[in-house]
Structure formats: structure tokens, C-alpha cells
Design a protein around this ligand. Structure first.
Ligand code: SAH
Ligand code: SF4
Length: 399
């Protein structure tokens, strides 16, 4: 049984004075510059920015009034000019396997008349880790034929603050900030570790089509004086936006996952249509030369198991051959159905036979267990009902 909660605390929009700029998602340098506008010297602005950073990202504070090491007058000025945003929680569901899914709503206080947007974020707890699956866009411009998100047109890119807002709100709900309380429903990892130990950019949207915001959000998430998530515990998944792969390695430095799903261009053109623009050879070359790639820092190749489409033994052998020169991990994902999907998941014998070939080539435990299917939280099942805005409205919104 899954549980749909109507959250009382936390779901109500927090009081917001319109026009206040959100500090979440700004770099420390930008925050210093904004503090300089209050007349602080460079040195003071840098010091205050570090204090704010600590309150925001280490303590999870959203209330300037609670920032006890900042002078009272400055706290009041900050509260007048800024806010530290959180999304509203539209719903929070817990699967019978402990997976948790939120539907988050973002409003832009600078444009209160524009419709809000909604995205889904999923928390996947395991015994020794907890992974947060974060969205980068509302909908997706791409139309991978087996993906539910692909049926929702792109509404807009999320800002860096909105990408981070998912992490902050999830941490808040999971009691991951100092003094927080762990939920008693669902699961969190054993021991004293944080509830969220890993982030995967595998929610709604193509992260490399929203590169600047994703980069900014991930650099903040991995900042050692803030959320401090190790870059080895952050994975960005792309359908194959080849020109952005090198910068992802050199500028962000997180782990890379590739939605491969087919070993021949003719089939990949259908399953992952971006392949028509950047075919397999170019994609694999970008992987071979991914900055920092090594046997200790392998690229994950995701491969959805579609019955009778891409799941033969010959496909498995070709997969192993294609990846032979790349430090790779292989993740076989049983297809997760959604209403109206035209595919069927390969049966278990077929997946085992495919996995055996992959195993024998030296890749360990390659099958990803589907999680949260009962609440539609599994890979490729995310979709929000946010309507696509007319171009004119969208442009007005992005101003
Ligand atoms: N847009 C990025 C990030 C999404 S990650 C990307 O495509 O890589 C989500 C992963 O789940 C991708 O590998 C995606 O191809 C896969 N996926 C999509 N729909 C799926 C489905 N119905 N069942 C299983 N996996 C799916
Ligand atoms: Fe977009 Fe990724 Fe879904 Fe393809 S698989 S439609 S790129 S979210």
C-alpha cells in the first residue's frame, strides 16, 4: 500500500514578501556582492556571506532572525531584501518499499501572476545509503519513446535555486539538518549517516540542456563549507548531449551516467532520438575522453530492458564490445511501464541471460532493482501536470 499524505506543516506557502530575491542558488561570491550593496566593506561582505552560507547550507536555516552571529540590524535588512526559498509540497507519497516521492511546486515571487510549476523528486533509501533523484527541468524537450517524462513538453528550465530547493526540502523532511527529526514512515539508512548521501540528476528533464543552472546547483551541493556532498556521490545522467559532456567533467567534475539503451544507431535513433544529432560513435568518443575518467571513476551506462527490442544475447555481446575501451559500469534497468507506454519489460529469464553475458565480461551486479513502482516513482515514470505555457507567457516569465 502506498500512502499519499496531505502535509499540514511545510506544505503551506511560507509567507513571502513579493520581490525579495532568493539567496538559494547564488554563489558565495554573488552573495558577497549583494551584501556589498548594503555598504559592507569587501572584507565584511565576504565574512557575512560565509556566515550566511553556513546558516543556509549547514544548518538549513530559512529565517534570518535566527542567524545569531549576524548583527540584528543587518538581519532585518537581509530579511527585507532577501528570502531563502523552499518549494511548496503538493504531495508526499511513501512506497511500500520505503521510496518517497514529492511533488514540489515552485512560484516565482518576482512574477506572482504567472502559474507555478511542479516537478517530482524521489528519495531511494537503502541500508547503507540514501539517494535523492533530482529534476532539472519541468518536462523535457526530448522524446525518448519509452519515457513518461518525454510525453510532457518542456515547460521551462529550473533555476539553480529550484534544483537545490529540492535537495534542501528533502533534507528538511528527512530530518537531515542539525536538530531535525527523522520520519517514522518509510525508511532512512541505518546508523548515524545522513539520510541523503547521494544525488542523482535522473529526475525529470535533460540536465545538459540546462547546463548553467545544473552546474551552479551541483557546485553548491558539493561545496565543502556547505552541503558538502562528495562529487563522487553525485551522478549526472544524460541522454547524450555530446558537446556538454567535456565541460561536465572539467567544470563540474561529477560522476557521469549515459542513457545508452541501444547498441546500434538505427535502434537508438528511435529509442533516444537525440542520437540522430549525436550518434553512438561521437557519444562513446566523448565518454572515452571524459575528464577524470578512470577505473576508480567509471562512467555508468544505463540500458533499459525492452522485450524483443534491445534485449537479445547478441545485443548484450555488442554492448560489452562497444564499452571495452571505456572504464564503465553497466546498469540494466527493467522497463517501468506507464499509462499508454508501448513497450513491455523483458521477462526475468531474458534479463538474467543478458546480465550473465555482461557479468562474464567483468561487470558486477548490473541489474537495477525497480523502486517505488507502486507510487509511480521509478525511473522514467515521473511526470507533472504543469501545462506548457504559451511562448509569449514563457518569455514574460523568464524576463
Ligand atoms: N534525461 C536524462 C535524465 C533522466 S535519467 C537521461 O535521459 O539520462 C532517468 C533514466 O531512466 C534514464 O536512463 C532514462 O532513459 C531511464 N528511463 C526513462 N524511462 C524509463 C522507463 N519507463 N523505465 C525504465 N527506465 C527509464
Ligand atoms: Fe528526457 Fe531523459 Fe526522458 Fe529522454 S529519458 S525523454 S532525455 S527525461
Amino acid at each position: 500500500m502506498s500512502l499519499a499524505l496531505n502535509i499540514d506543516h511545510g506544505s503551506a506557502p511560507r509567507p513571502q514578501k513579493s520581490g525579495r530575491q532568493d539567496l538559494l542558488g547564488l554563489s558565495k561570491k554573488d552573495i558577497s556582492a549583494k551584501l556589498g550593496d548594503f555598504g559592507l566593506s569587501d572584507r565584511d561582505a565576504r565574512m557575512r556571506a560565509s556566515q550566511l552560507w553556513n546558516w543556509m547550507y549547514v544548518n538549513g536555516t530559512t529565517d534570518f532572525g535566527a542567524m545569531s552571529n549576524i548583527a540584528k540590524g543587518l538581519r532585518a535588512d537581509l530579511a527585507q531584501a532577501f528570502r531563502i526559498g523552499r518549494p511548496e509540497i503538493v504531495s508526499e507519497q511513501v512506497s511500500n518499499d520505503g521510496t518517497r516521492k514529492w511533488l514540489f511546486r515552485f512560484r516565482d515571487p518576482a512574477h506572482p501572476n504567472m502559474p507555478p510549476v511542479e516537478v517530482e523528486t524521489v528519495y531511494i533509501p537503502e541500508a547503507d545509503r540514501g539517494t535523492l533523484c533530482v529534476s532539472s527541468q519541468v518536462g523535457c524537450t526530448l522524446t525518448c519513446s519509452f519515457c513518461h517524462t518525454g510525453t510532457q513538453k518542456l515547460v521551462r528550465n529550473l533555476t539553480a535555486g529550484e534544483i537545490l530547493g529540492q535537495v534542501m526540502m528533502a533534507r528538511e523532511r528527512l530530518g537531515d539538518f542539525p536538530g531535525g527529526v527523522r520520519p517514522t514512515d518509510g525508511l532512512v539508512p541505518h546508523g548515524d549517516s545522513r539520510a541523503i548521501t547521494n544525488i542523482v540528476m535522473m529526475g525529470m528533464g535533460e540536465p545538459l540542456y540546462n547546463y548553467d543552472n545544473v552546474k551552479q546547483a551541483l557546485l553548491i551541493a558539493s561545496d565543502g563549507e556547505g552541503l558538502s556532498l562528495s562529487k563522487r556521490r553525485i551522478t549526472l545522467s544524460t541522454s547524450g548531449v555530446v558537446p556538454q559532456i567535456e565541460p561536465t567533467g572539467s567544470e563540474i567534475g561529477v560522476m557521469l551516467a549515459i542513457s545508452l539503451h541501444a547498441v546500434r544507431d538505427d535502434l537508438r535513433d528511435v529509442l533516444v532520438p537525440i542520437n540522430k544529432k549525436w550518434p553512438l560513435e561521437q557519444l562513446l568518443e566523448a565518454c572515452r575522453t571524459y575528464p577524470g575518467v578512470s577505473n576508480a571513476k567509471r562512467i555508468t551506462f544505463e540500458y533499459v530492458m525492452l522485450q524483443g527490442i534491445n534485449d537479445s544475447d547478441a545485443d548484450a555481446r555488442e554492448l560489452v564490445r562497444l564499452l571495452s575501451k571505456i572504464p564503465a559500469k553497466i546498469n540494466l534497468i527493467p522497463f517501468n511501464p506507464w499509462p499508454g507506454s508501448n513497450y513491455v519489460c523483458s521477462d526475468w529469464d531474458r534479463i538474467e541471460s543478458f546480465a550473465d553475458i555482461v557479468n562474464r565480461a567483468g561487470y558486477a551486479s548490473p541489474v537495477r532493482t525497480p523502486r517505488g513502482r507502486d507510487i509511480f516513482a521509478a525511473c522514467g515514470q515521473l511526470k507533472s501536470e504543469t501545462e506548457r505555457l504559451k511562448k509569449k507567457d514563457r518569455e514574460a516569465f523568464m524576463l
